[in-house]
Design a protein around this ligand. Structure first.
Ligand code: MN
Length: 322
């Protein structure tokens, strides 16, 4: 798991531009200059300059392809709560959209601080905010992700409280929004502090398994790429590792060992549209044999949160699953 990276404003802008062509670079830079000035005397528990935190939050959101307003609001998200800046200041300098987002996040933060234990209440407020502007919630999720990643500097009881709240409140919201990657990162981040021993053991063993299987996985990946190229289908073919918390859950729920889990590693293929998905499915089922009963088509019938994909387990060349 990565901790706070050394992110600067240039990194934020370059990933933002890469993911979203309409980014307003100058506006982001001026939000950064203002936020660094306002936070200049503050430090995080890690001893780093405070601005590192909003920058990391902005970086996470830029990586998701969010717009200029959200990225500016991410950089400014703690300015009203933690410095002398007011809603009016943000409104005058960066406009109403940014100011409202910052205000939304500030309100949520204050509310959570006072009623940390009252989960149901939190939920309700979270959904009200979500209806107004979904970006408030996405920003809050990114804020929590960076906070979970930097828990090592807090006391043990705070680590546990924040991790628990992350699993109970933030993870279900990320799930509802269909933000799987965010959900997994939040989950694994919290898992590390809730069950440190299990986390460490699973992480180490998973690394060993990956090392053992890497050649085979790479070979399979290359074969699929070759086959897709021959059929002129453009797709991104990746090796995926099952997330630590999901491995832990499976071990506990099914009372099995890590090496009995069949889908520790998988090949994920991302392509443009439905037609491509089904063509790829046809190709894969021609090269490999499918394990009966493993086929799940979430494209024909998407999950409640709009998740769309096809899952299947194929029998690879040597015993393994694809
Ligand atoms: Mn924050």
């Amino acid at each position: 798991m990565s901790n706070t990276k050394d992110i600067n404003i240039k990194d934020v802008i370059s990933i933002a531009k890469f993911r979203n062509k309409n980014i307003n670079k100058n506006k982001i830079v001026s939000a950064y200059e203002y936020a660094s000035f306002m936070h200049k005397d503050q430090k995080r528990k890690s001893g780093e300059a405070y601005i590192i935190h909003p920058l990391n939050v902005a970086y996470i959101l830029a990586g998701l392809g969010l717009d200029t307003t959200t990225i500016c609001a991410a950089i400014l998200h703690d300015v009203v709560e933690d410095t002398d800046a007011t809603y009016e200041d943000i409104n005058n300098k960066f406009g109403k959209d940014v100011a409202e987002l910052v205000e939304g996040v500030t309100k949520l933060s204050i509310l959570f601080k006072t009623v940390e234990e009252r989960q149901a209440e939190n939920y309700k407020k979270m959904f009200i905010a979500m209806e107004k502007d979904i970006r408030v919630i996405i920003l809050k999720l990114a804020d929590r992700l960076h906070n979970v990643r930097t828990l090592e500097y807090l006391k043990r009881d705070r680590q546990i409280a924040i991790s628990r709240e992350t699993i109970e409140l933030y993870v279900p919201i990320a799930h509802k929004l269909g933000m799987y990657d965010m959900k997994m990162k939040l989950q694994d981040g919290a898992f590390k502090y809730l069950y440190p021993e299990d986390y460490k053991n699973i992480k180490t063993e998973l690394k060993e398994r990956l090392y053992e299987n890497l050649t085979y996985l790479e070979k399979t990946r290359k074969r699929i790429i070759l086959e897709l190229n021959r059929q002129r289908i453009f797709a991104n073919v990746k090796i995926e590792t099952k997330h630590l918390f999901n491995i832990y859950k499976k071990i506990i729920e099914k009372n099995i060992k890590l090496n009995e889990i069949k889908d520790l590693f998988s090949i994920k293929i991302v392509t443009k549209g439905k037609a491509e998905c089904y063509r790829i499915l046809g190709i894969l089922n021609t090269i490999y044999n499918i394990i009966p009963g493993s086929f799940k088509d979430y494209i024909a019938t998407p999950r409640n949160n709009m998740y769309q994909a096809i899952h299947e387990i194929l029998l690879g060349e040597n015993r393994s699953y694809v």
